[in-house]
Design a protein around this ligand. Structure first.
Ligand SMILES: *[C@@H]1O[C@H](CO)[C@@H](O)[C@H](O)[C@H]1NC(C)=O
Ligand SMILES: *[C@@H]1O[C@H](CO)[C@@H](O)[C@H](O)[C@H]1NC(C)=O
Ligand SMILES: *[C@@H]1O[C@H](CO)[C@@H](O)[C@H](O)[C@H]1NC(C)=O
Ligand SMILES: *[C@@H]1O[C@H](CO)[C@@H](O)[C@H](O)[C@H]1NC(C)=O
Ligand SMILES: *[C@@H]1O[C@H](CO)[C@@H](O)[C@H](O)[C@H]1NC(C)=O
Length: 308
């Protein structure tokens, strides 16, 4: 008897294959649509199990991570109370300016201005954390950002080593260097290449995701929060929404992403679109905030406007 299948057997064989394909397709569709909702609601969900390693950021900190752009200053900022002022339009109308200015140290990001917004964001700046992509915008307005009368304000520049590193010797690095030598009251530092790698590793450990393999870019908010934890005993964050804020209120009213760009993009839209972005590199604003929420329990961090 050869391996000959009768007509009837062949037909039922075909039926089985068709049924299997049908079941597979159904599963794929179900799984696929699950993924789609995931993409919208929690695409980059941080695992809450203990497989994630937690890092003691106080021990993780180190001065060697920041090198002076010129001269031989040390990054030795330490403050008991810090106000971390976000760039979100949630700060508008809060009247928090005076309270912010009463903090021992005030931390700001990129080119977020104080002029014209003093009553809500205050007018002191102790530290400004500036992304490589914001350097030009900061340098373009020296009397707002560089000629400060605050005693010895600090600027920390972060970016890929091939852009802001000493070895790069590119336009951006030369510009930062010129700023640092021109404005002697400023202390300018850049994040070292090894510290940049540590920021990536930290993201991996805290989210379970490899930054570059998951096509993610760290935000200035990520760098700023970590640096604040390194240097402050207590941190009060102004204008940062909780991680699930944009998921819970899909139809909530439009809030500009930046307080100084009233006609700019909507904050929640920017967060949600970045969070679910797969092609190209994206900021994981919501994932980062999930980590911040965990850090808030571990370190002394409180959030106001909105309070959470
Ligand atoms: C910076 O720190 C090093 C060692 O930690 C020290 O030798 C040096 O004097 C410090 N420089 C300044 C300007 O404080
Ligand atoms: C800003 O600075 C001026 C003095 O330079 C001060 O009078 C004012 O109270 C400060 N704070 C705010 C919130 O405007
Ligand atoms: C630098 O700081 C001193 C006092 O700390 C101040 O008198 C001077 O005006 C400042 N210079 C600039 C350019 O802001
Ligand atoms: C935590 O921060 C708050 C407000 O900044 C402060 O009142 C409190 O004493 C801090 N707690 C500790 C343990 O440092
Ligand atoms: C992601 O966020 C940045 C702001 O950091 C924004 O410029 C960009 O448009 C956002 N991307 C998407 C797809 O929303």
């Amino acid at each position: 008897m050869g391996p000959k299948i009768s007509g009837k057997g062949q037909q039922s064989h075909r039926m089985v294959i068709l049924a299997a394909i049908f079941v597979l397709m159904t599963l794929l569709i179900l799984y696929g649509s699950n993924n789609v909702t995931d993409d919208v609601y929690a695409p980059f969900h941080v695992a809450t199990n203990h497989a994630l390693m937690t890092t003691d950021l106080k021990k993780w900190a180190g001065r060697e991570g920041y090198v002076p752009v010129s001269g031989n200053k040390n990054m030795s900022l330490h403050c008991h109370d810090c106000a971390l002022v976000t760039s979100s339009s949630h700060v508008l109308g809060t009247g928090a300016g005076e309270e912010i200015d009463r903090s021992e140290c005030v931390i700001r990001m990129n080119d977020a201005p104080t002029m014209g917004f003093e009553s809500d964001v205050g007018n002191h700046t102790t530290l400004r954390v500036v992304a490589h992509s914001s350097v030009f915008r900061v340098v373009r307005r020296p009397n707002e950002f560089l000629q400060r009368t605050d005693s010895n304000p600090v600027i920390i520049f972060w970016g890929p080593p091939n852009k802001i590193g000493k070895e790069a010797k590119g336009t951006l690095y030369r510009l930062i260097q010129r700023v640092s030598t021109t404005y002697s009251n400023l202390s300018c530092f850049s994040v070292t290449p090894s510290k940049m790698r540590r920021f990536d590793n930290l993201f991996h450990r805290e989210t379970g995701r490899d930054r570059s393999k998951s096509h993610s870019w760290l935000s200035t908010g990520w760098f700023t929060m970590v640096i604040a934890i390194e240097m402050c005993d207590n941190i009060k964050v102004y204008g940062m929404v909780p991680p699930n804020y944009c998921l819970k209120k899909p139809g909530s009213k439009k809030m500009p992403y930046h307080y100084y760009k009233p006609r700019g993009p909507d904050e929640c839209l920017t967060y949600l679109q970045n969070e679910s972005g797969r092609r190209g590199n994206h900021h994981r604003f919501i994932t980062e905030k999930q980590v911040f929420a965990r850090w808030a329990k571990q370190y002394n961090i409180t959030f106001t406007h909105p309070k959470w």
